[in-house]
Ligand binder design. Structure first.
Ligand code: FAD
Length: 407
């Protein structure tokens, strides 16, 4: 009998694991997803989806490069992933020095980064760059934007063709463990799925689902504001680079039919995601209106767009700002793939598949993502530390080692 793997969650991470595991056959794969077939209720369906290749952490840069390559090779083509470039902007001398440092970091990682003067930066993304207040820019031509939903649907279709079985409207309610080994997964549809391996890929719900197997996964879900402008009368394929103001922790994107802008300049509050079945929540005007207004002020005055749609989207942070990818140390056959962004999901899920197949992953340094690395520490304190990382998400590494790693 072939090995049976149950994947919990059909967001971008679960879909990539399913496509990877079924590619070479020999493994029976079932994916349990509580949403319906085309209803991405996790974070994947809501992300504006910039993919920055250069991170402060070499492993994260390597995962981003691998993810971009994977998305680019999918049959969804440019609809799923498009290398429009990423432009980082400085509005102060300190911020410019940071961009110069990041240009060196990029060179070390073998990724092209081009320092731009203010005129060149403004020419690269005229809608987003306020020439008067910009002192320089750093363009990464190989950065891109991913449509998380398109990429995920493509990977799901690929996995299905390769024999994966998707079960929708199936909320996982139990993970049965016998001795120190996973045995089966139970779901709200009443079925019990025997499993040699179980992969937890449920995004912000990772802590709750891992607890079903008695395993602590210290994640902090955070709420993040993103807004869209009005839909343009004549949409175009978006070719403007996405833009990041690192110091101001804001970013903007051309979606082709409208512009969008987001910010990390809000206080991440504790969230009880066990009570939510969507990775979005109502817009908390008291907390989000001012940070978004500050972000909009970064645009040239004539391009500060009226807000049409407000999104309060949720994603997960960890105490060291790195994802959790690998086997559980406590329970044999249990695998964790959590706190992954779209930027790193493809590469990380592919590496997890290699681990599950007993093959050496193509990327070095994955031990930094070991889900057990926090085992000796207090879970609640870890969650509080993780929440604090939200505002620091793009900061350079600190001497204490609490590094920015997401890029
Ligand atoms: C507003 C916003 C902006 C973002 N911007 C970016 C960006 O620009 N770039 C980037 O790289 N990333 C971005 N992210 C982060 C990124 O979207 C997520 O980190 C990523 O999509 C997580 O993918 P996932 O597959 O782990 O989780 P999800 O997409 O959340 O999928 C998890 C799935 O598990 C299912 N599930 C949960 N519990 C159960 C259960 N008990 N039983 C069965 N199924 C279950 C859910 O229904 C869901 O479909 C953003 C996120 C948000 C919200």
């Amino acid at each position: 009998m072939s090995r049976h793997v149950v994947i919990i969650g059909a967001g971008i991470v679960g879909a990539t694991v399913a496509a990877g595991l079924t590619r070479d056959g020999g493994v029976e794969v079932t994916i349990l997803e509580r949403g319906s077939e085309h209803d991405l209720r996790g974070s994947t369906g809501h992300a504006p989806g910039y993919v920055s290749l250069v991170s402060e952490s070499p492993i994260m840069s390597a995962l981003a490069v691998a993810s971009a390559t994977l998305y680019e090779g999918l049959e969804s083509g440019l609809d799923g992933f498009d290398r429009v470039g990423g432009l980082e902007l400085a509005r102060s001398d300190a911020s410019l020095a940071n961009l110069e440092r990041r240009a060196r970091l990029a060179a070390e990682a073998g990724i092209t980064g081009i320092l731009l003067d203010p005129d060149e930066a403004a020419a690269a993304a005229p809608i987003f760059v306020d020439r008067e207040h910009t002192v320089g820019g750093l363009l990464f031509p190989a950065d891109g934007v991913a449509r998380g939903g398109v990429v995920t649907e493509t990977l799901k279709a690929q996995a299905s063709r390769q024999g994966a079985r998707f079960v929708y409207d199936a909320t996982v309610t139990g993970i049965d463990v016998r001795g120190d080994r996973v045995e089966a997964v139970r779901s709200s549809c009443g079925d019990r799925f025997e499993a040699d391996d179980v992969v937890i890929a449920v995004g912000i719900w990772g802590r709750e689902v891992a607890a079903l197997a008695g395993v602590e996964v210290p994640l902090a879900p955070v709420a993040h504001p993103y807004v869209y402008g009005l839909t343009r009368a004549t949409p175009s394929r978006a070719r403007l680079p996405f833009v990041k103001w690192r110091e101001e922790t804001a970013y903007a994107r051309d979606h082709g039919d409208r512009y969008g802008i987001g910010t990390h300049d809000n206080d991440p509050l504790a969230l009880d995601v066990g009570a939510f079945d969507e990775a979005t929540q109502p817009w908390p005007a008291d907390e989000f209106d001012d940070p978004i207004e500050r972000a909009l002020q970064l645009l040239p005055e004539e391009h500060r767009f009226p807000i049409d749609t407000r999104l309060n989207g949720l994603f997960s942070m960890t105490a060291d700002n790195l994802p959790l990818v690998g086997p559980s140390k406590d329970i044999e056959g249990l695998w964790i793939a959590e706190a992954l962004w779209i930027t790193h999901a493809g590469g990380a899920a592919t590496a997890l598949v290699d681990m599950m197949r007993g093959q050496a992953p193509a990327i070095d340094g994955l031990e930094a993502l070991d889900p057990a690395r926090f085992a000796a520490l207090d879970a609640e304190q870890l969650v509080m530390r993780a929440r604090k990382k939200y505002r620091e998400i793009w900061m350079p590494a600190s001497p204490s080692g609490s590094a920015e790693v997401r890029s």
